[in-house]
Design a protein around this ligand. Structure first.
Ligand code: ADP
Length: 251
C-alpha cells in the first residue's frame, strides 16, 4: 500500500467574519513532493498554512496529515511537522545554538542526541560557524537559515514554510532554495512553501495557484508554461491568473 499523502486538504473553508479567506480548498501533497503555493497577498496562503499546521480548525472540510487528523492524533502529527511562519520564531538575544537547544527540548531531544542533531542541521544549512553567535548579530539571510535549521531539528516529514524568503536578496534566496531541495534529497521531506515570487518555483515539482481563497490552477512549471503559451513563469502566472505577478500588501 502506498503511504498516505503528507498533507491532504479536502474542501477546506475558513471565513473571518464576512471575509471568506478559503473557499473550499482541496490540495494533496505526496511524500517527498515539493509544492509551491503561489498567490498574491490576501489570497489565503497564510490561513491555509495555519490550518495545515493545526493552529486552528477550518469552518468546514477535512485536514489530514500523514493519514491522521489533529483531533485524535495532534501530538503525533506535530512531532512529524516542521513549520516556519512569517513571524520570526527565534529569540534574537540567544545564540543560534541556544535557540536550537531550546527548540529541540520541546521535541524531547537532549544530551548527545540533541547535540548531534544540532550539528547535523547546522552542517546542512551551512551555519556551523555561526552557532555561538547571538541571532541579533546575524544578517537577515543567516537568521532565516537558523530558522530553517530549527524547523528541521525533529527531522520533519513535512515542512510548511510561509514565505520563507521574504526580505531576502536574490542570492540569499537562491541559497535557501538550494538548501530546501537538499533537505528533500537527503531526507525525502515533503515541502509546501508559499510565495508570491514566481521565479522561486522554477524547480518545484508542482505549482498551485491560489487567488481569493480558491485554487485556480495547478501543474508542473512546464505544464503552466505550456498551458499559458508563455515563455517565463511570471508571464504564465499573469496569463493564468489575470493578476499582476505581485500586488501591493493590503492597506
Ligand atoms: P495571504 O497569506 O495569501 O496574504 P491571508 O491568509 O493572510 O492571505 O488572508 C486571506 C484573507 O483573509 C485576506 O482577505 C485577509 O485580509 C483576511 N484575513 C487574514 N487573517 C485575518 C484575521 N485574523 N482577521 C480578519 N481577516 C483576516
Amino acid at each position: 500500500m502506498s503511504p498516505p499523502p503528507a498533507l491532504d486538504l479536502i474542501g477546506v473553508r475558513k471565513s473571518y467574519g464576512k471575509t471568506e479567506a478559503l473557499r473550499g480548498i482541496s490540495l494533496s501533497i505526496a511524500p517527498g513532493e515539493i509544492v509551491g503555493l503561489l498567490g498574491p497577498n490576501g489570497a489565503g496562503k497564510s490561513t491555509l498554512f495555519q490550518i495545515a499546521a493545526g493552529l486552528f480548525a477550518p469552518d468546514a472540510g477535512e485536514v489530514r496529515l500523514f493519514g491522521m487528523g489533529y483531533r485524535d492524533k495532534g501530538s503525533e502529527i506535530l512531532s512529524r511537522l516542521g513549520v516556519m511562519f512569517q513571524a520570526r520564531a527565534i529569540d534574537l538575544d540567544m545564540s543560534v545554538k541556544a535557540n536550537l537547544k531550546f527548540h529541540g527540548a520541546l521535541f524531547g531531544l537532549s544530551g548527545r542526541t540533541l547535540a548531534a542533531r544540532i550539528a547535523e542541521v547546522a552542517t546542512l544549512l551551512e551555519i556551523t560557524d555561526l552557532l555561538d553567535k547571538p541571532v541579533r548579530t546575524l544578517s537577515g539571510g543567516n537568521q532565516r537559515r537558523a530558522e530553517v535549521a530549527r524547523a528541521l531539528l525533529n527531522k520533519p516529514d513535512l515542512l510548511l514554510m510561509d514565505e520563507p524568503t521574504v526580505g531576502l536578496d536574490p542570492t540569499t534566496r537562491r541559497l535557501l532554495l538550494r538548501h530546501l531541495h537538499a533537505v528533500r534529497e537527503q531526507a525525502g521531506t515533503s515541502i509546501l512553501w508559499a510565495t508570491h515570487i514566481v521565479e522561486e518555483l522554477e524547480n518545484a515539482d508542482r505549482i498551485v495557484l491560489i487567488r481569493a481563497g480558491e485554487i485556480i490552477g495547478a501543474g508542473t512549471p512546464a505544464d503552466l508554461l505550456a498551458r499559458s503559451g508563455a515563455e517565463t513563469l511570471t508571464d504564465a502566472y499573469v496569463a493564468l491568473t489575470g493578476a499582476p505577478a505581485t500586488e501591493p500588501p493590503p492597506a
